[in-house]
Design a protein around this ligand. Sequence first.
Ligand code: MLC
Ligand code: AMP
Length: 501
Amino acid sequence: MRVSTIPLIARAEEHGKRIAVIGQETTFTYRQLLDISKHVALSLLRDKKDLGEERVAFLTPRGFVYAAMQWGVWRAGGIAVPLCEIYPPAELEYVIRDAKASIVVAHPEFESRLRHVTENLGIRFLRTNELLSSATGPLPEIDPSRRAMILYTSGTTGKPKGAVHTHLSIQAQVTSLIEAWKWTPKDYILHVLPLHHVHGIVNVLTCALWSGAKCEILPRFDAQEVWGKIIDRDLSLFMAVPTIYVMLIAAWEKAPPDRQRFMSEACGKFRLMVSGSAALPVSVLEKWKAITGQTLLERYGMTEIGMALSNPLHGKRVPGYVGSELPGVEVRLVDDEGHPVPSGSQGEIQVRGPTVFLEYWQRPEETKAAFSDGWFQTGDVAVEEKGIYRILGRKSTDIIKTGGYKVSALEIEEVLRTHPAIKECAVVGVKDPEWGERICAALILESGEKLSLHALRAWGKKRLAPYKVPSRLVVLKDLPRNPLGKVTKPSLRQRFQSASV
Ligand code: MLC
Ligand code: AMP
């Protein structure tokens, strides 16, 4: 009997007995993933035939339950809204409200963070363990052009926006990467990334599950544990952000020589190691190669478009470059007037093709403004020579990439301004060898007030995800401004960089 028209899920039937997900203590086959996600779907549906794109927000530890939840929501006809396990309640509430979720599911570990939000909003609340029990019944047929997932992403205006992907756009992203990087059922990947962003969800988890491969998911990144897995397991693939490679290098450097040799030799079994989500410094690529013998493959992508550019699987990977167009993806560079620039000139990266998202959730104006003649405007600036692209930076100084997370300076400033001691503030991202960029805040305080970095961070962590909270602080009498009164962020950034503040 046909149970699903979502190709990812239909394919899993072929892999029944194979191991799909390895969690902390347990191993799950594709058959178990199919059966348990069906129970999830039926429990979500209750008496309904189809959730009809209702939003189901869920918060689970990273692992099998996450995959079962995501597939369960999809099989019930819902839109999956994965929540971030390190968000404080205020940020969780924003996402649940903005997505207009009708169901919130939490692992018991996270129940206390979500209960009061759902009670206040009158939303149906479920614990993951209530969804895993056996149930039978038919599931709806799902047209793959339907909305599948909303991922929240920061932009140049205010609060994060929900980027909507359909089953088809996710499928296009997955099949493009599988073709480019030659995934097979023999692959075994170690998953160390958060599961509310495209890198962890699509590039690692969904590519693995589409391929019939094995995905071992760690509940959080820990450099020692990852080295342990690299040594113990028969892994073939690894994907991470540059900060993770920096942390793995630091752990290698701290290890005694005997252990270092062991660690290095264990890396010989990988057929591919990928870096992305932020610029990979050439020094990190070189150090990693010296330690492991592996030349990292750097690629470029974004929540709204999936992956767009990649160095080759076979052939020369050029340090400092992000390669060329992935299968099915069209890329062009345009000048400030929107005209394509000749090879060798810099321009904004624009992307077109089936991997591109559908819309910003319930923001038609912002969706319209994000496209130009059908091309998505990334806001990233690059140069192309002989078909190979190099990222030069971003058009906006208000977008910060820290530890691979995209953060809006404006969003942080908005929160900082609610602190009773802060009169005015400006937030910038400053180049940092570990985090790529570090979030730095310049503050003007109300008269007579004092504020230490420690106190600001403790206050900030109650309102913002930890990676959004400034980790450097300076108190000034005035913020640098241009003649129109606008804070000159490049000069502020320069002052932090040269430590003159
Ligand atoms: C955490 N800390 C930071 C920080 N993040 N300090 C400065 N800058 C940051 N960005 C601090 C914490 O506050 C804490 O300090 C200490 O570091 C440890 O925190 P942690 O949460 O335990 O950190 P850790 O788990 O080590 O996190 C590092 C990381 C994580 C690199 C594993 O940032 C991560 O998972 N990044 C991946 C993000 C990602 O997947 N992006 C993909 C987006 S999709 P204290 O003192 O406060 O306790 C995308 C598209 C594409 O970009 O192309 O892929
Ligand atoms: P996000 O919005 O979180 O999906 O982050 C996407 C952004 O990450 C892009 O717009 C780029 O600015 C950045 N990015 C991703 N990959 C790379 C890369 N290889 N080099 C430089 N920047 C990158």
